[in-house]
Ligand binder design. Structure first.
Ligand SMILES: NC(=O)c1ccc[n+]([C@@H]2O[C@H](COP(=O)([O-])OP(=O)(O)OC[C@H]3O[C@@H](n4cnc5c(N)ncnc54)[C@H](O)[C@@H]3O)[C@@H](O)[C@H]2O)c1
Length: 332
C-alpha cells in the first residue's frame, strides 16, 4: 500500500524507516513545509522519496492509499482533514491536536469521510505491558491504579519554556496506557501542578493527578521531569490493587502479583504470580500493523480517533483543573 508521509523531522525519519521495513508499505511522497528538510532526511536515510511542500499537491500527483502524519501537533488538524477530505485514511502521531475543539473537528472529519483516523499511541504496543495486563486479570475487581513517572530529562530547547510541559508533552502516553490497562475511561480529575525549586523548566515539570474512572476506580498519576537519579521507566512504574490482590510492574521486564489464597489471618495468605513478556510487535511497528489490519479487515484499531480523544480529554481535563484549582469533569 502506498503511503504519503508528512513531516521529515526526528520522528518523521523513524516513520520512514518503519514504513520501509514493512513489506506491505511503500512511501510514494514525503511532505514537509521546511525547505530542504525532506532532502536532508533522504540523505540521512539513503532514500530518494519524492519531496513535496504541500500535502494537497502530493495527493494530486501521486497514487496513495493512506497518509501518515508526523508533522508538529499544531499542524495535525489541517493535515488530517486535508487527507480525509481527499478520501484517504490517516495514521497520525500523538497528540491528536492542541485543543479539544480541534480534536473534535478531526473526529467529525473522519465521520464525514467514512475513513479511519487513528492516532499512533506507540506505548500501547509493548510486550511487557501486555503481560502486566494479563496479571491484572488475576487480582479481581480493580479499585486503585497508581503510576509513578520520575525522570530527569534535560532536553533543552522548547520544552524548557513550554506551559504545562509534563502533562501536555508526555503524560498523554501514560494516561492512555492507564485507559488501556484498566479498560476504563476517566470521569473527573483533580490535578496539582508544580515546579520544584531546582527545576530547569520554566513551569509545569511536575504534577500529581487523581482521576476518578468511570466506575469509581481511582487512577493516581504522579510525575516529575526534573527528578535526577533512580529514574522510573518511561512506561511508568505501576501498582494495581483489586478485590483479590495486588499487581506491580516496574515498566521494564519485572512484574509480580500476590492474590489471596485463604480467608484467615491478620494478613491473608497469598499466592505469588508472575508473567513474562508477550511476543508482539512493539512501538510504531505495532501501531502501523494495527492500522494496516484495520484497512484490510474493517476492525477498529487501538488508537481510533473516537477512542483516543478520551485520552486527550484526560490531559485537557487535568490542565483545566490546574488552572481552576478545582476537581473538574472530563468532557469528550
Ligand atoms: N510516539 C512517540 O514516542 C513520539 C516521539 C517523538 C515525537 N512524537 C510526535 O511526532 C510528531 C513530530 O515530532 P518530531 O519530534 O519529529 O518534531 P520535529 O519538529 O522534529 O519535526 C516536525 C516536522 O514537521 C514539519 N511540519 C510542520 N508543519 C507541517 C505541515 N503543515 N506539513 C508538513 N510538514 C510540517 C516541520 O517542518 C518538521 O520538519 C509530534 O506530534 C510529536 O509529538 C512522538
Amino acid at each position: 500500500m502506498n503511503a504519503i508521509l508528512v513531516g521529515a523531522g526526528g520522528m518523521g525519519r523513524s516513520w520512514a524507516k518503519n514504513l520501509a521495513v514493512n513489506p506491505e508499505t511503500e512511501v510514494v511522497a514525503w511532505v514537509d513545509v521546511m525547505p530542504g528538510q525532506v532532502e536532508r532526511a533522504n540523505a540521512e536515510l539513503g532514500t530518494s522519496y519524492p519531496a513535496f511542500f504541500s500535502l494537497q499537491q502530493a495527493i494530486d500527483e501521486v497514487n496513495a492509499d493512506f497518509v501518515v502524519d508526523v508533522s508538529v501537533p499544531e499542524a495535525h488538524e489541517s493535515v488530517t482533514v486535508c487527507a480525509l477530505e481527499a478520501g484517504l485514511p490517516v495514521l497520525g502521531e500523538k497528540p491528536m491536536s492542541t485543543s479539544m475543539e480541534s480534536a473534535r473537528r478531526m473526529v467529525a472529519a473522519s465521520e464525514r469521510a467514512g475513513k479511519v483516523y487513528m492516532v499512533s499511541q506507540s506505548r500501547r504496543y509493548n510486550g511487557n505491558q501486555e503481560a502486566f495486563k494479563s496479571l491484572l486479570g488475576e487480582i479481581g475487581e480493580l479499585g486503585i491504579l497508581n503510576v509513578d513517572f520520575y525522570i530527569g530529562a534535560h532536553f533543552g530547547g522548547f520544552r524548557d519554556e513550554m506551559a504545562h510541559v509534563l502533562i501536555l508533552d508526555m503524560a498523554i502516553h501514560t494516561l492512555d496506557q492507564a485507559r488501556y490497562l484498566s479498560g476504563l475511561d476517566a470521569a473527573s480529575v483533580y490535578a496539582d501542578e508544580f515546579n520544584p525549586t531546582w527545576s530547569w523548566y520554566r513551569e509545569g515539570s511536575s504534577i500529581n493527578c487523581i482521576f476518578e474512572m468511570s466506575n469509581g476506580v481511582r487512577f493516581n498519576y504522579r510525575g516529575c521531569w526534573c527528578a535526577d537519579g533512580l529514574h522510573t521507566s518511561w512506561e511508568g512504574e505501576w501498582r494495581a490493587v483489586g478485590s483479590r490482590g495486588t499487581a506491580k510492574w516496574d515498566g521494564h521486564g519485572h512484574m509480580v502479583a500476590e492474590v489471596v489464597a485463604g480467608d484467615e489471618g491478620f494478613h491473608r495468605p497469598v499466592d505469588k504470580l508472575s508473567e513474562t513478556r508477550h511476543d508482539i510487535a512493539e512501538g510504531i511497528d505495532g501501531s502501523l500493523r494495527d492500522f494496516l489490519n484495520a484497512l484490510r479487515t474493517g476492525e477498529t484499531p487501538r488508537g481510533e480517533c473516537h477512542d483516543n480523544i478520551k485520552s486527550l480529554a484526560m490531559v485537557f481535563g487535568a490542565i483545566e483543573s490546574v488552572e481552576s484549582g478545582t476537581k473538574v469533569g472530563i468532557r469528550v
